[in-house]
Design a binder for this molecule. Structure first.
Ligand code: NAD
Ligand code: ZN
Length: 378
């Protein structure tokens, strides 16, 4: 089959690889209809993670079930399903508690598995024609047959639940004010989820005019951080107090853009932008310390976190991979009911062969390249 294969930093290719097969009785194999490119893929693409050449990317997957293992009880051939980016077992301590992003079974030595992602277990990615899905009864979310809402449903694999997770970590409640740093797909979904949860006012911080325009379209107030300190701008809008809640949807890459002066770590600006005793939800990715590795800048970023200000303000913070399964069923039903349309972030729908060009453009944050959906059937 054809698949998007990582070659070296800033280079992916579409190549022939082995078809996936049912390996364990609890597996299914799906024919992929949509697989999205994610900001998380860019950490590997830009060579910051030590990903091995040859890995097939793609953790935001949906499609049609084609092969069913003998131990699968509820999933049938022909079912239309979307898969959480987390590969999870469903029976470990963390899965039983709903923390499927930290499954203790699927990725020996680490907590949490994912498709097509370095250090997240041996699971091949779905930017390909077919994908093997382990523990299929647990991981497949059933969708209505047909092709309605395809692009909305595709976003249930990661960014919609991840944006929602950020609002859950920050415990966004009706009437509250929220600031979201990053107007990438994840930040936009966090802002959208804040609106869904009844926030009275949402601020979205970025520098990209096209992405800030999208934030404006969902009723958020765009803040351009190149026009002055973002925390100060937010305080001006909130009687000097700052917002009740804050979300980091940028992560450490803000500190490592090539050729740019290193900006302040987003997390420290967030600490300033939120009122004392407020709460932070951090879904932007911070890679673990890796002395001597490509994440040197990230290591600096970790060391630069101003814990003193955080303490002084009595803030609280939640972090980590989204537990997609905790939210995807409810978010699916909002889409079906016509009460959520997350696909407003989708800018491109492209065949698999266009992936190398799409990666280049999305990585450069080219104007209008907000979210790319790859369609292997196109
Ligand atoms: P993205 O790179 O497209 O978006 C990041 C945005 O942040 C860009 O628009 C960029 O212009 C903006 N930005 C950069 N520096 C900034 C600063 N100083 N202040 C404000 N904005 C700034 O990526 P994305 O797909 O939206 O993902 C965002 C982050 O979320 C990534 O780190 C990704 O790895 C992470 N992520 C986490 C999870 C999870 O489960 N926790 C899931 C998916 C993605
Ligand atoms: Zn993703």
């Amino acid at each position: 089959m054809k698949a998007v294969v990582y070659k070296e930093p800033f280079n992916v290719a579409v190549e022939e690889v082995d078809d996936p097969r049912v390996q364990d009785p609890t597996d299914v194999v799906i024919e992929v209809t949509t697989s999205a490119i994610c900001g998380s893929d860019l950490h590997m693409y830009e060579g910051r993670t030590g990903a091995e050449p040859g890995i097939v990317f793609g953790h935001e997957n949906m499609g049609t079930v084609r092969e069913v293992g003998p131990g699968v009880a509820s999933v049938r051939e022909g079912d239309r399903v979307v898969l959480p980016f987390n590969v999870a077992c469903g029976f470990c301590k963390n899965c039983l508690a709903g923390k499927t992003g930290f499954c203790l079974t699927v990725n020996e030595g680490f907590a949490g598995g994912a498709y097509g992602y370095v250090s997240m277990g041996p699971y091949t990615g779905g930017q390909a024609q077919y994908l093997r899905v382990p523990f299929a009864d647990f991981n497949c979310l059933q969708l209505p047959k047909g092709d309605e809402h395809e692009d909305d449903f595709a976003l249930l694999a990661d960014i919609f639940p991840t944006g929602y997770h950020a609002t859950e970590l920050a415990q966004v409640s009706p009437g509250e004010t929220v600031c979201v740093f990053g107007a990438g797909p994840v930040g936009l979904m966090a802002a959208y989820s804040s609106v869904l949860r009844g926030a009275s006012r949402v601020f979205v911080v970025d520098r990209q005019p096209d992405r800030l325009r999208l934030a404006g379209r969902i009723g958020a107030t765009p803040i351009d951080y190149t026009e002055g300190d973002a925390a100060e701008q937010i305080k001006e809008h909130t009687a000097g107090e700052g917002t009740d809640k804050g979300i980091d949807a940028v992560g450490y890459q803000a500190t490592v853009r090539e050729g740019e002066e290193q900006p302040a770590m987003v997390l420290n600006t967030l600490v300033e932008a939120v009122r004392p005793t407020g709460m932070l939800g951090v879904v932007g990715l911070y890679v673990p310390s890796d002395p001597g590795g490509p994440s040197e800048s990230a290591r600096k970023g970790e060391l630069l976190f101003k814990i003193g200000r955080f303490f002084e303000k009595g803030l609280r913070m939640g972090t980590g991979q989204a537990n997609v399964k905790a939210y995807n069923r409810h978010l699916r039903d909002l889409i079906i009911a016509g009460r959520a349309t997350p696909s407003f972030v989708v800018s491109h729908r492209l065949p698999l062969d266009d992936a190398p060009d799409a990666y280049r453009r999305f990585d450069r944050r080219e104007e209008g390249w907000t979210k790319v959906l790859l369609k292997p059937g196109m």
